[in-house]
Design a protein around this ligand. Structure first.
Ligand SMILES: Nc1ncnc2c1ncn2[C@@H]1O[C@H](COP(=O)(O)OP(=O)(O)OP(=O)(O)O)[C@@H](O)[C@H]1O
Ligand SMILES: [Mg+2]
Length: 298
């Protein structure tokens, strides 16, 4: 049994956690309406997102899959407030993040981002990394923030690693610490951009267990970009398949596998059926992307 599994149950209900919000969603409904984004590097227009609409309910795990370079990260960056949009609007619990008259959302702790490449401060221990946000935002005193950070790291199975530096722990542990660092801010939405992309299958499976366990505890809305279709179905309430660039919604697939999910879910008939459905939709778009690439080369 690995060090994570020894401390929690898969998707567990039995582990004695301090609840962040007793498992009920605290808002986090995202509405993306007719969003378009045109980049204009040196006068060459690149339309990355075009008339993209999707509704994400509070507390939903929403998985985004689509071909490489289609505009997924662009959409996430718009939600996070890293980039402006060209038209359309995005709201969070009915409040306008960006839209007419406000092309760029303000960045805020209500939307925390975890990227594919780790972003922990290497010169700070895991606990110092987690405590950093609440301390600099003056939301907690330093002792309070450190205590809370140790507690949350322990809940994520990292109780013995709080005093280690990122370079002294595995990439999987570092990624879990990053998610803890995001969650200490009690965001409404967790934005994840291929966070487990470079990981081997076993580490990934541990990450999935950890994320589902965290989700059960917090019910934070999750907007998760991935290329891994199995990951999308295993984790998601919904899988939004997006088109080849420019990104718009092609198809939404409801994942009708009950929670809590276990690895036995992966071998169910329903899982295989959903995989086929998602695969067909993504494959159609991947072929279009490939053909478009060939046309550009021709
Ligand atoms: N800052 C930028 N300036 C100009 N073009 C950009 C910029 N960022 C992204 N693009 C272009 O927008 C398109 C969409 O990029 P984006 O990174 O959003 O795609 P993606 O779906 O996340 O790709 P991947 O699957 O490879 O992560 C690409 O053609 C990309 O080259
Ligand atoms: Mg991307």
């Amino acid at each position: 049994m690995n060090e994570f599994m020894s401390k929690t149950k898969v998707n567990g209900t039995a582990a004695p956690h301090a609840q962040i919000n007793n498992g009920a969603p605290m808002g986090g409904a995202l509405s993306i309406k007719h969003v378009s984004k045109i980049y204009d590097p040196e006068g060459v227009n690149v339309c990355a997102v075009d008339d993209c609409s999707m509704e994400i309910a509070a507390g939903e795990v929403c998985m985004i899959v689509g071909p490489s370079g289609c505009g997924k990260t662009t959409l996430l960056n718009a939600i996070a407030g890293f980039h402006s949009i060209t038209s359309g609007e995005i709201t969070l619990d009915g409040d306008l993040l960006c839209g007419p008259g406000k092309p760029k959302a303000a960045q805020g702790a209500d939307r925390m981002v975890v990227f594919q490449n780790g972003a922990l401060f290497p010169w700070k221990t895991l606990v110092e990394n987690v405590a950093y946000g609440p301390i600099v935002q003056r939301r907690m005193s330093k002792p309070e923030a450190l205590e809370k950070s140790y507690q949350m790291l322990a809940e994520a199975g990292l109780g013995d690693f709080g005093d280690k530096y990122p370079g002294e722990v595995s990439s999987g542990m570092a990624r879990r610490a990053e998610i803890v660092r995001a969650l200490i801010n009690e965001p409404k939405v967790l934005l994840l951009d291929e966070p487990y992309r470079a990981m081997d299958a076993l580490t990934k499976s541990i990450m999935h267990e950890s994320l589902l366990e965290t989700y059960d505890r917090t019910k934070v809305t999750i907007f998760f970009i991935t290329h891994d279709l199995e990951e999308a179905i295993f984790l998601g309430d919904k899988v939004h398949v997006v088109t080849t660039r420019p990104c718009s919604l092609k198809k939404t697939i409801d994942v009708t596998i009950p929670r809590p999910r276990t690895y036995e879910s992966l071998s169910s008939e329903n899982f295989r059926h959903l995989m086929a459905e998602v695969n067909e939709a993504v494959h159609e778009e991947a072929v279009k992307a490939f053909q478009a690439g060939e046309r550009e080369l021709a």
